[in-house]
Ligand binder design. Structure first.
Ligand SMILES: Nc1ncnc2c1ncn2[C@@H]1O[C@H](COP(=O)(O)OP(=O)(O)OP(=O)(O)O)[C@@H](O)[C@H]1O
Ligand SMILES: [Mg+2]
Length: 472
């Protein structure tokens, strides 16, 4: 409605301008025309007077009276025009269609014009303005007084015509304005109807009921909008569902150790040995819980843009660094496979965190003195972009093809591991964190495994990632 009002206002302004300008233009052109007509008549008369020959007799004029008489007889003035001759003796000769304001029949007015000092002027009569022009006729030898030739034009009559035209124009403009208003109202109603539909549907879709969708028909902008809106709802409900699942899983994972701790404490007797055993178990469970909480926090943070802060690091140094850190995870034969030479823009802390999680898994799937190999390399990846990768290889049981994708999801654990003594099952968050770190670097996780012969888990990412994470 607001738009229509503005359009109407604008149209009104434009039409007003058109009306005013047209009116001014018409008036100006009337003035010009009248002036021209007057000048033309006068010039014609002056020409005839200068010729000095009476065109009916082919003899030279003998008097002013003759000149004026014979010229006037040849005039055929328009409706609103009057041609008047004033003879030297004061007599008035006229030529008109009887109309223009009885000017010629009023000797006082004619004399007023003759007496005027100017050659051009206007006379205000009861019936309106009369524009005139005059010229004095010098007498031939023998006469003493001059005559006058006057042309008059009833300009108000033309003005009345303009007023008529303007009235028509105004009426047409107003009718046009009203029609345009009605048209705009109808058309905008049709255009806005689908938008209103979208709006109403959007209003009905509440946080609790994200399953509703807007019906899409046609392929115009509005249905594109509705489609976008539906897609947004899809993402939104997906996000809500993920969040809910995440919370459920987290609650479940944390509840298990709490139940275990509680059960043991409730059943604990007085035997000091038993107490010591329960204490050990409880401490272990609490450690596990705090690890889960820690990991959950990392995962929650993974959604944030500042999850990784890439900086230029030497791949070789970083690899050696990681190698020395993971040794503390268990008694294994820690070997360095290969080391990438060069610099990469990555977040060294997050890469280390990912590698520790991988090494942790490798430890969990191998026994004492088994071999675990670490490595890194820097190479030209697909379409030539410099790529850096880090990996951990173990000789454990490996991972079956059907589990390969699943284990990277949160709270997803594989089949029971044979495990080294003392190793308790994790929450299944380690690989999810590894994947989050790789993706924050615009990279991905890689896993290669022949079941029964070990596995290689790795992360692979562009060696120089942009500072900003692009919109997903
Ligand atoms: N090196 C490996 N060899 C064989 N299976 C593995 C290996 N690493 C991980 N897995 C399988 O993938 C599953 C998921 O690993 P992930 O690191 O996500 O969880 P987790 O180690 O069980 O728990 P968390 O890491 O949270 O303590 C593991 O439960 C295991 O079944
Ligand atoms: Mg793990």
């Amino acid at each position: 409605m607001l738009i229509i009002s503005w359009v109407m206002l604008l149209m009104f302004g434009v039409l007003l301008l058109v009306n005013v300008v047209t009116r001014e233009e018409l008036h100006r052109s009337i003035e010009d025309q009248v002036d021209q007509a007057l000048v033309q008549e006068i010039e014609e008369f002056v020409g005839v007077a200068a010729g000095g020959v009476n065109r009916s007799t082919e003899e030279p004029y003998t008097s002013v009276e003759e000149l004026i008489d014979s010229h006037l007889q040849r005039q055929f003035p328009d409706d609103d025009e009057v041609v008047v001759g004033v003879l030297p003796n004061g007599g008035i000769v006229r030529q008109d269609r009887g109309e223009p304001y009885q000017f010629a029949s009023r000797p006082d007015r004619v004399r007023q014009v003759v007496a005027d000092a100017d050659d051009v002027g206007s006379l205000h009569t009861d019936e309106g303005e009369l524009r005139w022009r005059k010229v004095a006729v010098q007498p031939p030898v023998g006469e003493d007084r001059p005559g006058h030739f006057i042309v008059g034009f009833a300009i108000d009559r033309d003005r009345a015509e303009i007023a008529d035209t303007m009235r028509t124009l105004t009426v047409v403009s107003l009718v046009g304005l009203i029609l345009a208003g009605v048209g705009a109202y109808v058309v905008s109603g049709r255009i806005l109807a689908p938008i209103r539909l979208v709006r109403n549907a959007a209003a009905e879709i509440s946080e609790k009921d994200l399953t509703r969708r807007i019906e899409v028909s046609g392929r115009d902008d509005v249905s594109a909008l509705a489609e976008q809106f539906n897609a947004m709802l899809d993402r939104l409900s997906e996000a809500f569902a993920t969040q809910r699942r995440f919370l459920d899983d987290a609650a479940h994972e944390l509840r298990t150790p709490i139940t275990i701790v509680r059960g043991h404490l409730e059943l604990m007797g007085d035997d000091p040995d038993e107490r010591a055993a329960v204490m050990r178990l409880v401490t272990e469970e609490l450690d596990r819980m705090s690890r889960i909480v820690e990991e959950l926090l990392v995962l929650a943070k993974a959604e944030r843009p500042d999850f990784v802060t890439p900086q230029a690091v030497s791949v070789a140094e970083l690899t050696v660094d990681i190698h020395s850190k993971v040794r503390a995870l268990g008694d294994r034969r820690w070997l360095l496979d290969s080391v990438g030479e060069g610099t990469a823009r990555v977040d060294p802390q997050r890469v280390t965190q990912a590698m520790i999680a991988l090494a942790h898994n490798a430890v969990g799937h191998t026994a004492d003195d088994d071999e675990i190999r670490l490595g890194s390399s820097l190479y030209a990846g697909v379409d030539g972009t410099p790529t850096v990768s880090f990996w951990v290889t173990d000789a454990g049981p490996g991972i079956s093809p059907e589990d390969r994708d699943r284990i990277f999801d949160r709270f997803q654990r594989g089949p029971r591991r044979h495990g080294s003594p003392g190793s308790r099952a994790g929450a299944g968050l380690g690989l999810a964190i590894v994947r989050a770190i790789a993706e924050a670097h615009h990279g991905e996780v890689k896993v290669q495994s022949t079941p029964g012969q070990g596995a290689t888990f790795g992360i692979e990412m562009p060696a120089s990632i942009p500072l900003e994470r692009p919109e997903p």
